[in-house]
Ligand binder design. Sequence first.
Ligand SMILES: C[S@@+](CC[C@H](N)C(=O)[O-])C[C@H]1O[C@@H](n2cnc3c(N)ncnc32)[C@H](O)[C@@H]1O
Length: 282
Amino acid sequence: MNIQELLQKARINTGPEGDHLGSELLLAFVLDKNREYLLAHGDEDVSAPMLDNFEKLFSRMIAGEPVAYLINKKEFYGLDFFVDRRVLIPRPETEHLVEKILEFSTQTPSALKILDVGTGSGCIAVSLARNIASAQVAGVDISDEALEVARLNADRHGLTSRMRFFSSNLLTAVDEPFDIVVANLPYIGEKRFSFVSKSAYDYEPHVALFGGDDGLGLYVKFFEQLSQKSWRPRLLLGEFGFLQRDELVALFQKFFPDDKIRFEQDYAHIDRMFVVEWPPTV
Ligand SMILES: C[S@@+](CC[C@H](N)C(=O)[O-])C[C@H]1O[C@@H](n2cnc3c(N)ncnc32)[C@H](O)[C@@H]1O
C-alpha cells in the first residue's frame, strides 16, 4: 500500500468528522518525515513494519488518545514542543497570551523579566524567550514532572542561558519582582464550568486541568498571593474559561480594589484572557 492509499483508508475509517490531520501527523511520525513529504510522495510504498506501526498508533488515536502524546510533539507559536502525559498539550488559544506580551515588549525597550506561572510544557515561557532576545524568563509549576518537560523544551530550543524553571505553589517560592507575569492556571471546574472533553479527562494530567469546584480556586490564591507582594508587575495576563469573566472581575476587585482588569477574546470570540497593567515602579 502506498502513502496516498493508506491515508485514504484512514480517512474512510475515521469518517467525515474524523481527525484527518491526526492520521497525517501519525504517518509522518512513523515515516520520520514531515506532512509536506506525504503530499509530495503519495505513490511511495509504506513498508510492512511501518504499516504495522501506523496501524497500532491509529487504533490508539481512534480510541481517544491525543495525537500529540502519540508522537510526543505539539506545535505552539510556530515552534515544536516535546509533550507527554506529564504535561497539558498546548492549546492554540493560549498563543494569544504570547502575542499580547510580544506586543507589549516592542513598546518597552528595557530588558524584561518574565514569569510564567503554571508553565507546564514551557510553551509560553519558551516562545517568549525565543521571540524576545533580551528577556530573562522563569517558569514555575507545582508539578516536578512538568518542570522536567519544560527544561527539556528550553534546552531543545537552545534557550537555557536565559531561562530557569523552579518548583513553586503559585507564587509562594517567588521572592523577586518581575516585569511581566503570565498565568494559564487550570480553570476547569469540578462542579460548575466543568467543560472538559473525554479525551482530555482520560489522558491529560488532572493537576493541569481542574481548579476546584468552579475552576477559579487557583486564581483566588494567585490574586491573593500577588496582592501580598511588595511589587506589582507592569503587565499581568491570564487565561480563563467560558463564562468565568464576571466571577473573575469580582475576584480581582476583592484583592485589587483600586486597579482595573480588562478582557480580550480568543479567535472564537470568547472572553479568554484578562489583562492588568500597572505603572512602572521606580
Ligand atoms: C492549564 S496548564 C498550563 C500549562 C502551560 N502553561 C500551557 O499553557 O499549556 C496549568 C499548569 O499549572 C500547573 N499548576 C497546577 N496547580 C499549580 C499550583 N498550585 N502552582 C503552580 N502550578 C500549578 C499544572 O501542573 C499545569 O502545568
